[in-house]
Design a protein around this ligand. Structure first.
Ligand SMILES: Cc1ncc(COP(=O)(O)O)c(C=O)c1O
Length: 428
């Protein structure tokens, strides 16, 4: 009987396509809140939450109870055939939670990429226009349109073209890398002169904090200027909150930092604590542009996902997890600053201004232009060997991102950061 991580990894490599790669040869048997145990009985502190999904912790008892109750009653009828109350109640909650005063509506799908696809369909149906603008370094998923919108080639786009047409990219403002808000807006406006008239643009899609791209938060001024440009030209503004949503950044949705109301928001990952559910929530008038039957799918808004999401929302509110995200960010920030003081030539930047969406950028010799990608890879590998689940990201592969459950204890944060520090000090 297979019982070791190495044996499972061998079987995985033989049985599963290499394109669906895995970061660590660690096979999980059980999880509880912010800890995981593998098939060999090794314990891990989880700073990854399955990429920002289990914000309410692994196997949160409230979510488990809601899901169990649901599957005992029924697991699927298709919301497009004979619906159920949980989908309606969840849509009502999302409409309430989405920022801004306009009347809202929601629709459900299964994954983040599908939510992104649907925002483009909705924006095109509403405006009757073709073009979509996205940003360099942005990540929007692995389906065709979402991949076309993604602003990073390897590993997401090479080998997979041609991509859907009428997608244009502008630089995302990152002061640390010498791109100001002004630079970015200037480039966007030059697209309007060079590539596509603003009156032909259906939508601009932006992550309020770039996730896979490296955890760079969009300055408030940038989000506000995008809002103004969209208003001026009748363009639909889409906030991709798939990684930033559901309390992760210390607000329920990250675009609240800029005080703006996007026209459409994509929601996935943290919405259902690990059950495949995603949504688009937006201004009712825009959401209703497609014809009945034009949106959805067999599993979109699965009753199991909806039950989980309703429980997740209750847990977030009752346990004050949005506020907790800020406390987690502050705690990480303090310890990571200490690490930067010890290793100033390696820890180039710390990002802890958006709740529990935290990162450090590793460089060589303190030089912003020299990303330490090999060190980042080695650090992630060493962390797993020492019982810490760690994720990297970034266009240059030199960012360590921290996405702990919002239910994690201070003790576990300290224990995890002790492992991180010891590994990084050993490697430098
Ligand atoms: C901002 C953003 N958009 C879209 C996606 C795609 O979501 P999914 O992997 O569920 O399709 C992701 C996933 O990481 C994401 O972070």
């Amino acid at each position: 009987m297979t019982s070791s991580n190495a044996e499972w990894q061998e079987r995985k490599l033989a049985a599963m396509a290499r394109g669906q790669g895995n970061i660590a040869p660690v096979y999980i048997e059980r999880g509880e809140n912010a800890e995981l145990w593998d098939v060999e009985g090794n314990r891990y502190i989880d700073f990854g939450t399955g990429i920002a999904v289990c914000n309410t912790g692994h196997s949160n008892p409230r979510v488990v109870a809601a899901v169990t109750d649901q599957v005992e009653r029924f697991s699927h009828t298709c919301v497009m055939v004979t619906p159920y109350d949980s989908a309606v109640r969840l849509a009502e909650k999302l409409n309430e939670l989405a920022p801004g005063d306009s009347a809202k509506k929601s629709m459900f799908v299964t994954t983040g990429a599908e939510a992104v696809e649907n925002t483009i369909k909705i924006a095109r149906a509403y405006t009757g226009r073709r073009g979509v603008i996205a940003f360099n370094g942005g990540f929007h998923g692995r389906t065709m349109m979402a991949m076309g919108l993604t602003g990073k080639i390897t590993p997401y786009k090479n080998l997979f073209g041609p991509f859907p047409g009428e997608v244009y990219h502008a630089p995302f403002p990152i002061e640390y890398h010498g791109v100001s808000v002004e630079d970015s807006i200037k480039a966007l406006k030059s697209l309007f002169k060079v590539d596509i008239a603003p009156t032909d643009v259906a939508a601009i899609i932006v992550e309020p904090v770039q996730g896979e791209g490296g955890f760079y938060s969009a300055p408030n001024e940038f989000m506000q200027t995008l809002r103004a440009i969209c208003d001026e030209h009748g363009i639909v503004m889409i906030a991709d909150e798939i990684q930033t949503g559901f309390g992760r950044t210390g607000k329920f949705f990250a675009c609240e930092y800029a005080g703006i109301e996007p026209d459409l928001i994509t929601i996935a990952k943290g919405i259902a604590g690990g059950y495949p559910l995603a949504a688009v929530t937006g201004k009712a008038e825009i959401m209703d542009a497609p014809l009945p039957g034009g949106l959805g799918g067999t599993y979109g808004g699965s009753p199991v996902g909806c039950a989980a999401a309703l429980a997740v929302i209750d847990v977030i509110h009752e346990e004050g997890l949005v506020e907790r995200a800020n406390a987690i960010g502050a705690k990480f920030g303090k310890r990571l600053k200490g690490l930067q003081e010890k290793l100033p030539h390696t820890v180039g930047a710390i990002r802890c201004d958006r709740g529990a969406m935290i990162a450090i950028e590793l460089v060589e010799g303190g030089d912003v232009a020299k990303p330490a990608a090999e060190l980042t890879k080695a650090l992630v590998a060493a962390a797993y060997e020492n019982g810490l689940v760690l994720l990297s990201c970034g266009v240059n592969g030199n960012v360590i991102r921290f996405l702990p459950a919002l239910t994690i204890s201070d003790e576990l944060i300290d224990e995890g950061l002790d492992i991180l520090e010891a590994c990084l000090e050993k490697l430098t």
